[in-house]
Design a binder for this molecule. Structure first.
Ligand code: EPU
Length: 418
């Protein structure tokens, strides 16, 4: 297992890259396949640790799963266990998508509390609210989410206190099994919400309004397996767009959905970066000085919190002062200490980072403190002359498919070692 991602930076990225399938859609679709009465085939899955982790969990539960060249075939007919072990689920956030899918299939589920990146408190009260509104009895004593169908299991009106991605997906996954009509109000609208709804629809579910504030579901219909292709990864696309601009390169990204990238594209244009798109292709070019920006992370279609970290890395060398406000996760500035080690001038006041652009960063040994902090370290190392060793690569491998190879194809000197 590699321990370090070594990058010799200072070289503009140039050429073509192909975007992988979406991590955050993949981790919802794989558990969703448990709801089918027959096997599902999911295509374009990224070759990342989170996908392997879910594959191992599904096998442990009794599913027959194969995964080759981005295609996973899941036959859930042998699933008899409802209680995946702590060691398997604690590594990732999305393991709690097994709660509604196992309860839907087997009547009950016992899933240890989810793990995932340490970027804030990450409560699950809205998921519990959604599931209990649909007539599941839920308790979380002893760090285990226990959910069980009651005679009241059925559709209902669910009002989320905030448009939580996890709560929206969990409620949708429960609602497709719950007889009657469910309305999820104040639903999250991220691209992976729509992808999850589309996959469930392809399995026979009736879902309207995904991608808007209210999702309407007619539950209790029989669901069968389906063949489905995952959407491109919005955050990988954004990370590569930022890396291209940060190195003053010229990169053409293929297999993207440009509309998912509009909030980032707007910020890059404001910074003086050239961004053009046509069909599923985005081209990013930059040269000269970058202008500073003010930005606030928001739920989709606002600027995604997952791109706050790599964009901040790029702003450390912008020509002036940038103000970055993180509205989604309270603890998503831990990585700025690492950027400071490289010479960045960043002060954090509560939820706002004030980034005073410096002429250049210097190469250093740095640590990825979570997945997207890893993206920030990659961007910083790519735009800095000299050799930077990034540790904490297990986070990067959780979510970025063969990022070392992709960067090498763009002319960077990047490789996993150790
Ligand atoms: N929140 C609550 N109560 C809840 C749920 C959420 O207060 O019951 C709060 C959270 O504390 C947070 C905010 O609502 O402040 C947003 O949380 P959300 O539930 O939307 O996030 P998530 O489902 O835990 C997903 C992605 C994250 C991404 C966020 C925001 C997956 C597996 N994870 O997390 O992705 O940052 O949405 O878009 O889809 C990543 O890919 O690196 C990553 C962390």
């Amino acid at each position: 297992m590699s321990e370090i991602l070594r990058i010799r930076g200072g070289v503009p990225l140039n050429g073509d890259a192909y975007v992988s399938g979406s991590k955050n859609a993949a981790v919802a679709l794989i558990p969703a396949a448990l709801l089918g009465s027959s096997p599902s085939t999911i295509e374009n899955l990224p070759d990342i640790d989170d996908v392997y982790c879910l594959m191992r969990i599904l096998r442990w539960l009794g599913a027959d799963v194969t995964f080759e060249r981005g295609v996973m075939r899941i036959d859930p007919s042998g699933v008899t266990r409802n209680n995946p072990p702590y060691e398997m689920v604690s590594r990732m956030r999305a393991s709690y998508y097994l709660v509604p899918t196992l309860a839907g299939r087997l009547g009950s589920a016992e899933v240890p509390m989810p793990g995932g990146c340490d970027i804030g408190n990450r409560p699950i009260d809205q998921t519990i609210k959604g599931l209990t509104s649909l007539g599941l009895r839920v308790n979380t004593e002893g760090g285990i989410i226990r959910a069980e169908k009651t005679p009241a299991f059925g559709g209902n009106e669910v009002f989320l206190a905030m448009p939580s991605v996890g709560a929206t997906i969990n409620t949708m996954l429960a609602a497709v099994s719950a007889p009657g009509k469910t309305y999820i109000h104040n639903a999250a609208k991220e691209p992976h919400i729509v992808d999850t709804a589309n996959f469930l629809s392809s399995m026979g579910a009736r879902i309207k309004g995904a991608g808007t504030d209210v999702i309407r579901i007619t539950g209790g219909l029989p669901l069968h397996g389906s063949t489905y292709t995952v959407i491109p990864d919005q955050i990988e696309t954004g990370t590569l767009m930022i890396a291209a601009a940060a190195t003053r390169g010229d990169v053409t990204l293929h297999g993207t959905i440009p509309t998912h990238m509009e909030s980032l594209t707007a910020k890059l244009l404001e910074m003086g970066v050239y961004v053009t798109d046509e069909d599923d292709v985005i081209r990013v070019r930059a040269s000269g000085n970058l202008r500073p920006v003010t930005l606030r992370t928001q739920v989709y279609p606002g600027f995604p919190t997952d791109l706050q970290q790599p964009l901040t890395a790029m702003l450390t060398v912008a020509w002036g002062t940038s103000y970055i406000t993180e509205n989604i996760f309270e603890n998503r500035f831990r990585y700025v200490d690492e950027l400071r080690r490289m010479g960045a001038d960043i002060k954090v006041f509560d939820r706002t980072a004030v980034v005073q652009g410096v002429e250049k960063l210097h190469a250093s040994s740095i640590t990825a403190t979570d997945l997207r902090a890893g993206a920030a370290m990659i961007v910083a190392a790519l735009m800095t002359e000299g050799t930077s060793d990034i540790s904490g690569v297990q986070y990067i491998m959780r979510g970025y498919e063969h990022i070392d190879e992709k960067l090498r194809r763009l002319g960077a000197d990047a490789r996993y070692i150790g």
